[in-house]
Design a protein around this ligand. Structure first.
Ligand code: SF4
Length: 216
C-alpha cells in the first residue's frame, strides 16, 4: 500500500467513524480557546475544563486578564500542572496582545508564536480551530498514531511529522484530521497496549501489519 492510499483509507474511515471530531476543550470564543490551550500543556483537557469556568468568569477578556494580579490568577489555576509558569504566560500573553496587537488576538502562526506560552503547536491549534487554516498541530498522540499507521515515515520530531502530514492531507481536511488523530490516540491507539482489536484501521496500519499480526 502506498502512503497516498494509506491516507485515503484513513480519511475514508475517519469520515465515517468520526464525522464531527472537534477539540474536547470547552471554549466560547478565540480568547477562551487561547487561554485553554495554553493551560492544556502537559495537562488533561478534563482538568483544564474544570478550571476555566471560574477563570473566564473573573477574567472574561484580554483586557481584564491583562490587569489581573499574579496571586489571584495563580489561585484560580493552581490545580493545573506548572501553575507558576502558566500564570506568567497568561499575564504576558494578555499584555502583549493588548500592547503589540491592539487588543486583538492575531490569527497567523508567525504572530501567535511571539506570545508568551504559545509555541508552534498552540498557534497551529488556534489558527486551525478558529479560522480553519490548514495547519497541523502535532501533540504526542498525533506524533505516535501517525507513525504507527505509517502516515509518517522516520519523523524524528513534531515539525517533521507536521510537514509530512500536510503534504498528503487535502487542505480542507487538515483541521479535522488533527482531531481524528488525537481522539484515535486518546481512546484506541493508546501509548501502551494500543487497542488494535477494537480498531477499524487494522487493514491499513503499518504497525498492525508488521508487528501485531506477526505475533499472532
Ligand atoms: S491497528 Fe493498532 S496500532 Fe494501528 S492504528 Fe489501530 S490501534 Fe493503533
Amino acid at each position: 500500500m502506498t502512503r497516498k492510499e494509506r491516507f485515503a483509507a484513513c480519511i475514508d474511515y475517519f469520515q465515517k467513524a468520526m464525522p464531527e471530531a472537534e477539540t474536547e476543550l470547552t471554549f466560547g470564543n478565540t480568547y477562551e480557546l487561547l487561554v485553554a490551550v495554553i493551560l492544556s500543556a502537559q495537562c488533561t483537557d478534563k482538568r483544564v475544563n474544570m478550571t476555566t469556568p471560574a477563570l473566564f468568569k473573573k477574567y472574561p477578556d484580554i483586557s481584564s486578564l491583562a490587569k489581573a494580579q499574579y496571586d489571584d490568577l495563580f489561585e484560580l489555576i493552581k490545580s493545573i500542572s506548572f501553575p507558576g509558569n502558566k500564570t506568567r504566560h497568561l499575564l504576558g500573553m494578555a499584555a502583549m496582545v493588548k500592547e503589540k496587537f491592539g487588543g486583538e488576538i492575531p490569527m497567523t502562526v508567525e504572530e501567535l508564536v511571539q506570545l508568551p506560552g504559545v509555541g508552534r503547536k498552540t498557534a497551529n491549534v488556534i489558527t486551525s480551530v478558529v479560522d480553519k487554516q490548514p495547519n497541523m498541530a502535532v501533540d504526542t498522540h498525533v506524533f505516535r498514531v501517525s507513525a504507527r499507521i505509517g502516515l509518517t515515515v522516520g519523523a524524528k520530531n513534531p515539525l517533521q511529522t507536521e510537514l509530512q502530514l500536510v503534504k498528503y492531507i487535502p487542505k480542507d481536511l487538515v483541521y479535522i484530521f488533527h482531531h481524528w488523530l488525537i481522539l484515535h490516540g486518546r481512546y484506541v491507539c493508546v501509548a501502551r497496549n494500543p487497542k488494535c482489536n477494537e480498531c477499524g484501521l487494522r487493514a491499513v496500519c503499518k504497525y498492525y501489519q508488521t508487528v501485531v499480526a506477526k505475533e499472532k
